[in-house]
Design a protein around this ligand. Sequence first.
Ligand code: KG4
Ligand code: ZN
Length: 349
Amino acid sequence: MGSPIVLGIESSCDETGAGLVREGRLLGHAIASSMDEHARYGGVVPEIAARAHVHALRPVVRQALDNAGLTLSDIGAVAVTTGPGLSGALQVGLAGAKGIAYALDVPLYGVHHLAGHVAADTLEHGPLPNPSVVLIVSGGHTSLLLVRDLARNPIEHLGDTLDDAAGECFDKVARIFGLPYPGGPAIDRAAREGDHRAVAFPRPLPRSYNFSFAGLKTAAARWAEAHAGRGLPVNDGAASLQEAVVDVLTRKAVAACIEHGVGTLLVVGGVAANSRIRSLAEERCQASGIELRVPPPSLCTDNGAMIAAVGDLLVRTRAEPASLDLSIDPSAPLENAALHPVATGAVAA
Ligand code: KG4
Ligand code: ZN
């Protein structure tokens, strides 16, 4: 018998996702988003997100199964995001995952959300070269990682943001510029109509591979204030801000590959959907002979398939499943793909 089909459930923020993966292959997935309900508040409202997950979870799992042409009884293991994220939102996904795992009597795995972002790429481009350098850029996190075997080895942090995450910088500046929520895609769209040389925003380059975006956010706010009452050239501001963020991110990521002698760079997380980070990373990787891997935009932002992908890797390394009293860890640091102790090879074939 082959490897079991893994159901992955994601509910850490405003997307409810379910995905089905077997042996590295995506069989089907579905997503519901409460984004529109948060738009008028300018950011995710935790209580609204949690309630939306309660409504969406069952239909999303059903839709993922339908897309894959499968039924509930085909599921052989369940993986769920247990952190980091909003606690109420995480609780809903975990409760649902436990219910399914218990009812089907199949193993349950708690997964680190950011490891999910990394694994998303394997669904499109196959197994990760060992080692790979990974730039994770999401709404809450910005890290440069050295990843070996995602399911077996601890993840090494080469650098992290010292203050705001890249996506957070886009979201906050978009709000200052009067662009709609979520800010990242709005900045991306506005930037296409603007000149990225228009405003000389600072390139925050702390020593080492750490990042810092708070100063850039402040510079963008000052620039917007300076235009008060005179009409803000939003497109130029968006293009210049985007260029500053993307320049710093890609420059450091490529430098890390070169310094560590690593031939593959992955760019993952919601901000990896940005059109400029995709093109500049490609340009710079090509110039340095580095293979660039970026998931398709639909797998960059939060989804259940990426969590199923981690579950599938854990299953195939025979990692020990979690117990049914597994709980959430809203501020879990990224150390391992599984968010509970696993002894690999512990489960009999
Ligand atoms: O990974 P993700 O979906 O959720 C978190 O784990 O945080 O990332 C969401 C972040 C948000 O900050 C959003 O503005 C940003 O990704 N984002 C983008 C784009 N699409 C999403 N940022 C820039 N350009 C985009 N096209
Ligand atoms: Zn995410």
